[in-house]
Write a protein of this length. Sequence first.
Length: 389
Amino acid sequence: MLKEIVTCALAISGLLISAVNAEKKLENDIASYLEQNQFPGMVTLVLKDDEIVHFSAIGSNNLKQQSPIQKDHIFRIYSMTKPITALALLQLVEAGKVQLDSDIREYLPALELFEYDGQEVTITVHQLLSHTAGLGYFGGFSSWNDFLYLILDPNDRDNTTDELISDVSGIELKHKPGAQWRYSIASDLQGAIVEKVTGQRLEDYFQEHIFKPLGMTETSFIVDSKMAPRLVDMYEYEDQEVDLSELARKSDYLEAPNLHSGGGGLVSTATDYAKFVQLLLHKGQYQDKRIIGAQYVEMMLADHAKDMDTWFLPKLYTNGSYGYGIGIKVGEQDIRPKGSFFWAGRGGTFFWGDPENNLVVVGMIQLEDGWRKMDRWLTPKIYQYYGKQ
């Protein structure tokens, strides 16, 4: 009996040592990668079987001042807002207040009928959630349609929700609804529906129905005075060099926006966002709280762009497709298993959840679009240390 106890104790000790070694090795790997690729700093949080197995803050918040980045630093998460908005809208579907197959003008009556190729068409809530509605986004100069999005800038922080709706109203669609997948301003209109149906500002709805139940105390559309010292400085690539683009103390996020952008307006921390990813991993339940029914999370993580032209998705994620407000893995190739879900924000934040390995990964850097390079590098490292043993 004593021999069995000793053997068991040694095995547990070995696992603990292995876990410590894995965490330290990954920390060293990240530090080396940041230095080689000019990334300022990064907060990395990994949960395995709902336990933290890696949590590190490596590098600098400000390269010139060499101020270290901290685990509780606050990041602009941009498009990582989209899955939260989609979940909020699905809560209203579950409550019977919104129907997936309804014309969005039922909830946003100020919208004019949309047109494609000279024909009037309708957009359903399902198409809005799946980004198959035919809407555009930030715009450009390649077409009159793109130019309108560029000059109107519907999701500008200074817009009101009604101005957002007015700006998008009447712009000709880029494709027939339901025909293609195209990343778009759809998530901002999802947020507008939440506001119009509930009579609440999006911040207030999120706080009451998502953030407070999950304990996400540092996720918001504004960085208040108490949180301000922890907002990161932002960097960007300029002529292949990393340059400071926005000092935190001068950030727009220190002031309340008119528009609560469902497509990209939130700030958060790694620990806060990991709670949301855990919620999805466990199909709508976080610890002892059920936020939404399992069937609606399954719907959110289903493939709603199957057999469609998915534009840039395959270039970002091998065998990636799209659910409701979130990317999903639909094939067996690549390291992340089929059934994983993921997304990122242009400021440098990214995440994924892996049900097969019961794994949550949140990475936060403050380098615009730097997440693409970091995600590709980090993914095999995570599975080397924390995949199935």
